[in-house]
Write a protein that binds this ligand. Structure first.
Ligand code: SME
Length: 198
């Protein structure tokens, strides 16, 4: 958290649009080094910080996917923006409903489990119930599938098509217990409601 707090001013600048970033770089403060947002999954933003970051994420996602007709490309854009902007995201990716199961991708993070069955783990539960799953402690979730033993918490949100069928789930893992809260669930649901029909 301390590292996140120290970088607040830089984050505030970095979440501006690219033209603004370029102006900053070329301006009189050009000697200052601006680092792009990088994941620091042990650092969990406050609720207010999350809201700011999600607002920026939504803007970037809209710009990326609005005119993109390809489903996988839209998913890849959503994953890339979220994983890049939200510092507490350790693993970020979709599992798509395919061939009677969930199939991984697109995703960012360490190698994930390729396929997950109906009702299996947190992802399969989100698919089977059609409900988002907010898991503060994955070890307390019966049947949790550990793709990376370092994952400690998780939020999984279903994505639906125009007919309301679940076509994929968005899975985000955190390195610390309780990394995700109702803000993450609500924001991710909002993003998938806008763009999840894919
Ligand atoms: N933990 C998930 C499996 C996917 S990985 O976290 C990438 C689950 O229990 O469904």
């Amino acid at each position: 958290m301390a590292e996140f707090a120290r970088n607040q001013k830089n984050f505030a600048r970095l979440v501006q649009n690219p033209v603004f970033d370029l102006m900053i770089r070329l301006g009189r403060r050009r000697r200052r080094v601006y680092f792009p947002p990088v994941n620091n999954p042990t650092s969990v933003p406050t609720t207010a910080e999350k809201r700011v970051l999600y607002t920026q994420a939504r803007q970037r996602i809209a710009a990326l996917v609005a005119d993109e007709p390809d489903r996988i490309a839209r998913m890849a854009g959503i994953v890339a923006v979220l994983h890049g902007l939200l510092p507490h995201f350790f693993w970020t990716g979709f599992y798509r409903v395919s061939g009677g199961g969930l199939v991984i991708g697109p995703y960012q993070g360490t190698p994930g489990c390729g396929r997950i069955g109906w009702g299996r783990g947190v992802c399969g539960t989100a698919w089977a119930t059609g409900q988002s799953q907010l898991v503060a402690d994955v070890h307390a979730f019966p049947g949790h599938i550990a793709c990376d033993a370092r994952s400690a918490s998780e939020v999984v949100v279903p994505a639906r098509d125009a007919q309301g069928r679940v076509v994929a789930v968005l899975d985000v893992d955190g390195l610390v217990a309780g990394a995700f809260d109702e803000v993450d669930r609500e924001e991710l649901e909002g993003i998938l409601k806008d763009w999840g029909e894919v």
